[in-house]
Ligand binder design. Structure first.
Ligand code: C2E
Ligand code: MG
Ligand code: MG
Ligand code: MG
Length: 279
């Protein structure tokens, strides 16, 4: 039966797959060098209080300026980085760079805001993640309360491990949010037990909130639940005034989306969105 298995593999492994595998391997090799060559950079997407309209934070989003392929969005390399393990050094670079920017802005006299950083599964599984975050905050000189770490529901699947990890992070004083909320394994049990501060409603629910009664019901229910659990709630992917009005009506705390701004380079965030401290 060994021969048969071989045949099957041989037939299925066609030219298209070969190309894809080659480009995958190439990209992976390129990524190893990209960190040293400074090809990664961050954009920041501002987040706003829906009640006051004030900018209250921003999410750091990584981009790769690939020498041959041009600008690559995270969906084209984060999964690869996750598979190869490169996500660990890349994730640390993102964390450090995001904290540095936030610290610099505070030193320049802008009103302090929170920077949110996405964590990957591999990073979240590191036993010494909290120590690393602590070291970065100290090195950069940013107070922990100005850093928020975004995890996804799937990372909390093993609830005991997640509880330990999140407690260690919370002890530092950073905030924790659940990203893309509603799209992963939804267990109400972890909402009850894990030390989280915020739910970010996935943009797939916000997208059709005015067209699809089910999406409206889901957004409304998540928001109400967040209020009862004393969690903050942010809507992702707010693109229209109608969506914004709906979300305000639900007393959703914060919003992020193209209606306010796309992710922008650091200097644009600085010139267009950060507020100068009075006096
Ligand atoms: P995410 O964390 O859910 O980030 C929000 C994504 O939604 C961003 O895409 C942002 O550009 C996009 N977005 C924001 N507002 C709108 C809107 O109104 N409409 C639409 N259509 N899209 C909107 P981006 O930058 O391409 O990032 C995609 C994902 O890649 C992120 O989703 C996150 O999961 C991952 N990612 C980005 N940066 C990092 C990173 O530094 N580390 C890790 N581990 N993952 C990252
Ligand atoms: Mg995110
Ligand atoms: Mg998200
Ligand atoms: Mg995501």
């Amino acid at each position: 039966h060994h021969a048969k298995e071989h045949d099957l593999i041989f037939i299925r492994y066609n030219e298209g797959m070969k190309k894809r595998t080659q480009s995958r391997v190439e990209l992976e090799n390129d990524m190893r060098k990209a960190l040293e060559r400074d090809e990664f950079f961050l954009e920041f997407q501002p987040q706003f209080s829906l009640a006051s309209g004030k900018m209250v934070g921003m999410e750091a989003l990584v981009r790769w300026n690939h020498p041959k392929r041009g600008l690559l969005p995270p969906n084209e390399f984060i999964p690869l980085a996750e598979d190869s393990g490169l996500i660990v050094p890349l994730g640390e670079w993102v964390l450090k760079t995001a904290c540095q920017h936030n610290r610099d802005w505070q030193l320049q006299g802008y009103e302090p805001v929170t920077v949110s950083v996405n964590l990957s599964m591999r990073q979240f599984r590191q036993y010494n993640l909290a120590d690393k975050v602590d070291a970065i905050l100290k090195e950069v000189g940013l107070a922990a309360k100005y850093l928020e770490l975004e995890v996804t529901e799937s990372m909390t699947f093993d609830i005991d491990t997640a509880l330990n990890q999140l407690q260690s992070l919370k002890r530092l004083g950073v905030h924790i949010s659940i990203d893309d909320f509603g799209t992963g394994y939804s267990s109400l049990n972890y909402l009850k037990n894990l030390p989280i501060d915020r739910l970010k409603i996935d943009r797939s629910f916000v997208k059709e909130v005015m067209l699809d009664g089910n999406d409206a019901a889901i957004v409304s229910t998540i928001t109400t639940m967040a209020h009862h659990l004393k969690l903050k709630v942010t809507a992702e992917g707010v693109e229209s005034e109608e969506q914004l009005e709906f979300l305000k009506g639900q007393n959703c705390h914060e919003g992020q989306g193209y209606l306010f701004s796309k992710p922008v380079p650091a200097r644009v965030l600085e010139s267009e969105f950060l507020n100068r401290l009075a006096g």
